[in-house]
Design a protein around this ligand. Sequence first.
Ligand SMILES: [Zn+2]
Length: 87
Amino acid sequence: MWEYKNIMEDMVEEIYEKNKENLACCDCPRCHCDIIAYALNHLPPHYVVSQAGALYAKTYLMNKQHEMDITAALAKGSLLVKNHPHH
Ligand SMILES: [Zn+2]
């Protein structure tokens, strides 16, 4: 069975996990989702078909500029959530 998937979601989660101490934001489920949603709304989607996803994400993140773009979107999102938390 073929499936499509926006692997930007996985990549944003991965970078979030790596940087959450630096982001110094509330780690409750609501704030977590608000930060991820903000970042995803400000990054281009990357749809891939089925198992190609993991490999594509690895290659995409090898480009440091891509990783920095995701980190920057997460930093902006966490600042916004810190100032206006919904929890
Ligand atoms: Zn919170």
